[in-house]
Design a protein around this ligand. Structure first.
Ligand code: FES
Length: 177
């Protein structure tokens, strides 16, 4: 397994909420391309969802600060449009990247594994409420494809074995928070 380096935004100077998370770098690039325009909020949230799989509070806060918008405005847009989804309901979240590089390296088989082993499909949460499965499109870690994010921690070169190992604690232990 490999992890990836932690980015910080050169423009915003904001520390990325998650360590070892290149997804914020992808988000930064999109905001930069849009010149941090508040009018580009929907497009930026769309990219954020594409990269993270869903819009968690720290991501919404990150976008709000970068665009100098009130968090309430960003929340308002994120909850108004049906194409956006907030954090899944499970106690833990597993994001499988289905971008081209990850798909070519076997991300589809990872989804098959979750389906076969714990009967979990993308967009669903296990019956006990422990694990939500989400898919994303290129989380900025193509060099270590296929990549999976376990509760915000990005791990690369995943296979069925490491995937089941990664979710194992969630299957046996109750949620901590
Ligand atoms: S395609 Fe998965 S990280 Fe780029």
């Amino acid at each position: 397994m490999q992890t990836i380096a932690s980015p910080t935004s050169p423009k915003t100077g904001l520390a990325s909420p998650g360590k070892e998370d290149k997804r914020f770098k992808v988000l930064d690039a999109t905001m930069k391309r849009n010149q941090y325009s508040q009018d580009a909020l929907i497009e930026i949230l769309h990219k954020a969802q594409e990269v993270f799989g869903y819009l968690e509070e720290d991501v919404l806060q990150y976008v709000a600060r970068a665009l100098k918008l009130p968090l309430s405005r960003v929340y308002g847009v994120a909850t108004f449009y049906h194409l956006f989804s907030l954090k899944p309901s499970g106690a833990h979240t597993c994001v499988v990247c289905l971008g081209t590089a990850c798909y070519v390296k076997g991300a589809g088989a990872l989804l098959d594994t979750l389906k076969q082993e714990i009967h979990l499909q993308p967009g669903e949460t296990t019956e006990d409420g422990q694990i939500s499965l989400v898919t994303a499109r290129c989380i900025g870690a193509c060099g270590i494809a296929p990549a999976v994010v376990y509760d915000g921690k990005v791990l690369g070169k995943q296979d069925s074995h490491s995937l089941l190992e990664g979710i194992q604690p969630w299957l046996t232990a109750p949620a901590q928070s």
